[in-house]
Design a protein around this ligand. Structure first.
Ligand code: ADP
Ligand code: AMP
Length: 219
């Protein structure tokens, strides 16, 4: 199953991608995670991306298209994947259609997670993740079962993203409205787009997505 999760920063794409990954045994392709790894490595891409990400702007399309094109060619994507954070512009959406078409692949569903934006800043400011396995948490909405210990791997070190601060969040939301929201009609036109209410509790959002995917399998 090839899935795309759409929604503004903080909508819950990464959170739901983790659940889908476990359910369908397909990888999450998060371009944000790939870029953060490149920054940590200090590669040429990372050096270029660092200041762009800190400003809440977008990394140039050609670099992102090459990155994802290379990633979906890897063996672990043969049975499907979950795109999270790509495409983010019309040029990226068009390039994705071409690269999937070239591989006789297509997107089965595009899940748009709709949210009330007043709540997004709180979601993003409270976000943190496990340094060892990347599992995501929130100060209020998704705490580990045992305080200070990762549910998934038992790790005890956590970190917060540098761009998860109030100022950058506002810039990222602005970027989303200007450049990413306009791609939604691209997917609406052919009936692949399904909407879920991202303001419900994490497990309820997950159940709603599963129900939509199971229904579409029966179509
Ligand atoms: P995105 O990948 O869309 O930027 P995340 O999945 O990282 O967003 O979610 C942002 C933060 O909000 C995380 O800390 C996550 O735990 C929390 N979160 C995600 N979904 C919900 C939800 N439905 N209700 C409350 N908090 C949520
Ligand atoms: P995310 O983890 O999805 O919130 O992405 C973090 C940051 O990485 C964004 O604010 C952008 O600067 C950059 N980024 C991630 N994905 C893309 C993309 N598809 N195109 C351009 N920039 C991206």
């Amino acid at each position: 199953m090839n899935l795309l999760l759409l929604g503004p920063p903080g909508a819950g794409k990464g959170t739901q991608a983790q659940r889908l990954m476990a359910r369908f045994d397909i990888p999450q392709l998060s371009t944000g995670d790939m870029l953060r790894a490149a920054v940590a490595e200090g590669s040429a891409l990372g050096q270029l991306a660092k200041s762009i990400m800190e400003a809440g702007d977008l990394v140039p399309d050609d670099l992102m298209i090459d990155l994802i094109s290379e990633r979906i060619s890897q063996a672990d994507c043969a049975n499907g994947f979950i795109l999270d954070g790509f495409p983010r512009t019309t040029a990226q959406a068009e390039a994705l259609d071409t690269m999937l078409g070239d591989r006789t692949m297509s997107l089965d569903k595009v899940v748009s997670i709709s949210v009330d934006e007043d709540g997004l800043v709180e979601r993003i400011i409270g976000r943190y993740s496990c340094v060892d396995c990347g599992a995501g948490y929130h100060d209020t909405f998704q705490q580990p079962k045992s305080e200070g210990i990762c549910d998934q791997c038992g790790g005890k070190k956590f970190s917060r993203r540098k761009d998860d601060n109030r100022e950058t969040v506002l810039s990222r939301l602005n970027t989303y409205h200007q450049q990413t929201a306009p791609i939604i009609p691209h997917y609406e036109a052919d009936g692949r787009l399904v909407q879920v209410d991202g303001m419900a509790e994490i497990s309820a959002v997950g159940d709603a997505i599963m129900a939509l995917l199971e229904n579409s399998r029966d179509d």
